[in-house]
Each structure stands twice: as structure tokens, then as C-alpha cells.
Design a protein. Structure first.
Length: 318
């Protein structure tokens, strides 16, 4: 049976949308529907046609429950891929938990991207749900044929920055977000502090921080910029803003950073490892094999691990 994948399609670029773009190239026989543009009535028609298995990418309570209700009448098969949605594991009312349990029990399969999500699922749902639940990362290798097109989206200033600095660190965030009120979710602050400490050893070091949407937390972003100026790092930091694929950057990076205080199965880590780029990430979740981890929000441990990794190589003065 062919599949109809429903999820976010680019633009904008994100973990799910990039995954589905690559999946579409591998499985052109399947149908791919952009969830952001999908009207409820169209979604109901898809559920009633019973010619394709519906695969939902990302947690959406209304879509999950509607699939369950209509499956009772249409017999449609539907599955779910959870890419990193923490909202599913937040406290729910009895009615919501009941509907989720019934919806999950009717699914063909439930794919989770890491063991942490699996453990959380086991605390919430019974064996009838867990027997169809499995863990498999949602990474597909990038299409290398797109590299030249992606390079054309990079500014001259950014490419010049790469040429002028060594070593190169790369980190990324969708937008600046606070976790639990006042913690920098993506760890931009930790990247700047790390850069400040490493500059003593590597005067020509550079950090490219990719920020897809720079509209989040503008006051905090200004504080970050002020900190960069106080540390005399204006020439060592480049914020690459806007929607661009990042994987060509990892081919030029000497160290990829992922200092997040919560995470799913980060696409950027998988991409960096695919290109054999040294990768350093927080230990907040289990990371892919090959990743070096540091204690979450521990700047000293981050510095020690980063310096150890960089000291294995010699970097030319630029």
C-alpha cells in the first residue's frame, strides 16, 4: 500500500520539513501533503479514501484523534512519527489521555526518534500501545547534488568569514527561545562564553551561528550582541540568519556544537557526523554514536571537551 505523508514541507526549513523533502526524493511514488496548508475537510477526505496509509509526522492532537474517529468507519490505516515533540509528554486531562490512548492503540506503528521518548511513552501508555512503538532515528543523508545550489544561498560575507578564520565552530537554532522561563534553550550564551575562552588559545577562531528566524526574544538577542562586543568577539562571530540548509557548513567546520538544554534527535548532529565533523553536544538526551557529550549547562565541562577536541589538530594562522 502506498503512503500519504502529512507533515511540514519546506519552506520553512526545519527538522521535519527537511526530512520529508529528502524522503520525497527517495520515495517519489508516495504522496506528500503539507500539514500547514491542509484544511480539515481535505484531511478528512484523505482519511476516508482508504487507498493509502496515512503517516502523520509530528504530534498534533486534533489530527491524531480525527484519524482515530474516522478509522472506525473508513478502516484507514494510519501511523505516527514523533520527531521530538515534548508536548505529548506534558500533563494531560483524563479525557485527552483517554483519546490519545485509543488513537495510539488503533495505529499501525508509532516511530520515536530516541530512547528517552520511548521511556516516557512507557510511563504513560500500556503494553497495547508499546507493542507497536519502536525507536528509529529520522535521519536521511543530504542530497549531495544540492550542494552548489545551497552554496549560492550563502552570502559573500559569510563565505569570506570562513576563509578568514580557523578553527571554525558551527552551531544553530531555529530561533532564540527560553526553556523553563529563563534558560537559553539552544545555548547561544554558552557558545559565546566558549568562544571567549577559546580565543586565548586560538586568536583566529570563528563561530558561525545559524539562526533561521532572528525575530525571537529581541531583547535577549541584544544582550548577546552586547556580550560579544564586551568580549571583543565582533570579528569572531557570524550570525547566518534566514532559511538555509546547513549541511555544507559542516563540511568546512572543525567542531559542531549542540549545547541545547532539551532535544529530540537533532538533524544537525546527524548531518555533522555523516560528514565526519567532530561533534560536541549536551548530555540532556542520548546522543548518536560518535558524539562527545558535556554536562548540560556546565560551561567548564564544555570548554574542557571543546579544547581537548580542537587540540588534536593544528590550525594555521589566517
Amino acid at each position: 500500500m502506498k503512503k500519504c505523508h502529512i507533515g511540514s514541507l519546506p519552506p520553512p526549513l526545519g527538522g521535519i520539513s527537511v526530512y520529508l523533502y529528502r524522503l520525497q526524493q527517495l520515495h517519489p511514488q508516495d504522496r506528500f501533503v503539507n500539514a500547514r496548508k491542509l484544511r480539515t475537510i481535505t484531511y478528512m477526505r484523505l482519511l476516508c479514501q482508504n487507498k493509502e496509509e496515512i503517516v502523520l509526522h509530528g504530534y498534533n492532537f486534533k489530527k491524531v484523534v480525527l484519524a482515530y474517529i474516522l478509522s472506525l468507519f473508513s478502516g484507514v490505516h494510519y501511523s505516527l512519527v514523533l520527531h521530538g515533540e515534548e508536548d505529548l509528554f506534558q500533563r494531560k486531562s483524563f479525557l485527552v489521555r483517554f483519546l490519545l490512548r485509543k488513537s495510539f492503540e488503533k495505529m499501525s506503528t508509532i516511530q520515536l526518534v530516541n530512547q528517552e521518548f520511548y521511556a516516557k511513552m512507557r510511563l504513560i501508555f500500556q503494553e497495547k500501545v508499546m507493542t507497536k512503538t519502536f525507536v528509529q532515528h529520522a535521519f536521511l543523508p543530504p542530497p549531495l547534488g544540492d550542494e552548489e545550489l545551497i552554496y549560492r544561498t550563502y552570502s559573500y560575507e559569510m563565505l569570506s568569514f570562513l576563509d578568514r578564520h580557523s578553527p571554525i565552530l558551527v552551531a544553530n537554532a531555529y530561533r532564540l527561545v527560553f526553556w523553563h522561563g529563563n534558560i537559553d534553550l539552544y545555548g547561544v550564551d554558552m557558545c559565546i562564553d566558549l568562544l571567549h575562552r577559546l580565543k586565548e588559545k586560538y586568536p583566529h577562531i570563528g563561530l558561525v551561528f545559524a539562526l533561521a528566524d532572528d525575530s525571537g526574544e529581541p531583547e535577549y538577542f541584544e544582550r548577546i550582541k552586547n556580550c560579544i562586543q564586551e568580549y571583543n568577539l565582533n570579528d569572531n562571530v557570524f550570525f547566518m540568519t534566514g532559511q538555509r540548509e546547513l549541511w555544507p557548513l559542516f563540511r568546512k567546520a572543525d567542531l559542531m556544537l549542540r549545547p541545547t538544554c532539551t532535544d529530540g534527535d537533532a538533524l544537525s548532529i546527524r548531518e555533522a557526523l555523516f560528514f565526519h565533523t567532530p561533534t560536541l553536544a549536551s548530555d540532556i538526551v542520548e546522543r548518536p554514536e560518535g558524539t562527545v557529550v558535556f554536562k548540560n549547562r556546565d560551561g567548564d565541562d564544555l570548554y574542557e571537551k571543546a579544547y581537548t577536541m580542537l587540540s588534536r589538530y593544528k590550525f594555521s594562522a589566517t
